[in-house]
Ligand binder design. Structure first.
Ligand code: ATP
Length: 230
């Protein structure tokens, strides 16, 4: 099962706004994909559609080569598409255990994931004492509790200070090296360049480029054209 997600000619209209226009793409196992584009280019809408939280207008998408229903496929997907939201007066460990209960998964991985995201020494601290970067890392730990095939992140470093940004980017690379496929949306070329192997460039809902990040960067003409807009 090498194709994790396949999107064909996806369209989304919000009234007069055509937010996603005939976008097709494939996400293959083991790579780190960046959907790169300025605000309003259709990144969040595309992620929302494949996560079944936004209705598509037309087109198709298929998880895991269609071998599972979308409902079952999404159990193998970890996603953070909003600001992390946990109980402020509960500890990091208690919050993750609660997520396990809600999702009906065992507590087995709670300590392992806290360690992975660098929060083991803060497991007994209340969520409200965490910095934004720590909150984001706890959200990543939460999304990984059932060892998903793919982790989806929407603007994972938004609002973080430089140290927080570095920690999240390093963490994404560690998770990718452990074999989890990653799909992240970002408006930052720098982020995609540092973290991703593959890129999908969106502008005004249109996919302008798809391929290896290194190839995009080597293609100077294209890069100069895009950098004016990113
Ligand atoms: P951002 O980083 O700002 O979220 P984005 O690239 O993720 O940008 P989208 O959020 O997908 O882009 O928005 C694409 C277009 O669709 C924008 O013009 C936006 O205003 C519009 N849009 C998004 N959600 C809605 C909605 N619920 N109702 C109406 N228009 C929407």
């Amino acid at each position: 099962m090498d194709t994790i997600l396949s999107i064909k000619k996806l369209n989304k209209r919000y009234g007069k706004i055509h937010a996603v226009k005939d976008v097709s793409l494939e996400i293959q196992k083991g790579n780190v994909y960046g959907i790169l584009g300025p605000n309003g280019s259709g990144k969040s809408t595309t992620l929302g559609i494949v996560l079944n939280v936004v209705n598509k207008t037309s087109g198709d998408f298929e998880w895991f080569e269609g071998k599972l229903s979308t409902h079952d496929a999404l159990k193998k997907v970890g996603a953070i598409i909003e600001r992390p939201n946990f109980y402020p007066y509960m500890t990091a460990e208690e919050n993750l255990k609660l997520v396990c209960k809600i999702k009906n998964i065992s507590f087995d991985k709670v300590i392992e994931k806290l360690e992975l995201v660098g929060l083991l020494d803060r497991k007994d601290s209340k969520f409200k004492t965490f910095s934004l970067g720590m909150k984001q890392r706890l959200a990543i730990a939460s999304a990984l509790l059932n060892d998903p095939e793919i982790l989806i992140l929407d603007e994972p470093t938004n609002g973080l200070d430089p140290q927080g940004i570095r920690q999240i980017r390093d963490l994404i690379k560690i998770i990718a090296n452990q074999g989890t496929t990653i799909l992240l949306a970002s408006h930052l070329l720098d982020e995609v360049e540092k973290v991703c192997t593959h890129v999908i460039v969106l502008r005004n809902g249109v996919s302008l480029y798809q391929g290896l990040v290194d190839e995009m960067l080597a293609n100077n003409g294209f890069f100069e054209l895009q950098s004016e807009h990113l």
